[in-house]
Write a protein that binds this ligand. Sequence first.
Ligand code: HAM
Length: 419
Amino acid sequence: MSTFSAPRGTYDLIPPESADYLAVREAIAAPLRRAGYGYIETPGFENVELFARGVGESTDIVTKEMYTLTTKGGSRLALRPEGTAPVVRAVLEHNLHRGALPVKVWYSGSQYRYERPQAGRYRHFSQVGAEALGAEDPALDAELIILAVDAYRSLGLRNFRLLLNSLGDRECRPVYRAALQDFLRGLDLDEDTRARVEINPLRVLDDKREAVQKQLAGAPMMPDHLCEACKEYHEQVRGLLTAAGVEFEDDEKLVRGLDYYTRTTFEFVHDGLGSQSAVGGGGRYDGLSEMIGGPPLPSVGWALGVDRTVLALRAEGVELPQPSRTQVFAVPLGEEARRALFGVVTELRRQGIATDFAYGGRGLKNGMKSANRSGAAYAVVAGERDLAEGVVQVKNLDSGEQVPVPLDGVVAELRRNLA
Ligand code: HAM
């Protein structure tokens, strides 16, 4: 061990488990690529104001969880806690919204939140996200949800549930908000929660404490306050999901922890994860562009947590296919064999065969131990005497059978054997 370890709330991805994380990212990206989403990458840090205005001044993310810093030049930056506000910023900055709409993009990368670490909740974690900007169409909301479901299914994940809600729009939400505030002001709540009632009353619905939940019976709920346009929009989303064979649960208390949401909101939860059960979430954010100084740009998106998706797969016992394992392992004995077999290894790799080499000249016994451990199907062994005869030994590591093969024909021979 060195003097240092990974910071609290973070962990290293190391082989072989790291392969699962790559597989999850790939599996989430695949359906997006097929649906016309282009890859976007934004910096790992942004102007702190982008998140304050975009995610919301009163959210936990902005008030408690951002990693902020001041540069030597005096800029106030934050490590990104989420990807949506940066994507909207980038789309506006590059005028993508002036082209064909919707702009459909996906991203993959690290997010940083100074949260209390626990199982499934980290200070550094990774998301794959998708955003469709510049269109107000229930089919777009449905498309994104279906793509997430297809991604989970393609990984073999089964025990996840989709929670669905509508948070209304700028017409009906303020009316609902006022009605909810009226109700909440009459309850017996602690000081912090009373403050929340004034700033962000919808978040109170999300309070997990039983003493609060008990008092919420009879609270006005958003679905009963949706305006006609929002109601109609939500019904269409629900209908399209049902037609696509996607099951969902209406969850009138689903409010999400970010302030930019309007209308459709959803979360994917997995029951094998304990309290950090959300494996992904998203929704429509029709006002976000204007909140950060852009034109009206109705949009919808989601982000799926890679770490929690891996945990969910493990909880279900799903084994992901491993990436190409070593197929051939070369063990040289002596200096001349080292040069010759290194050439063979390079050529095999160039021909697409996963090949490894016994580095460090540690002899036949150690070399063969490494070959067996690598999972290779064949070992190629050569010493002075073999080379003097112009051959190398090809050993089938399953059967133990070993045959001499001319050095200049060994690449072709192995290709045939492995085909
Ligand atoms: P979010 O719900 O904050 O939404 O995060 C999405 C997912 O990231 C969560 O469901 C969870 O799986 C994962 N996640 C969040 N925090 C942590 C953590 N501390 N440790 C491990 N995993 C975590 C957003 O970030 C929105 N930007 C989603 C979105 C995109 N909405 C519209 N477009």
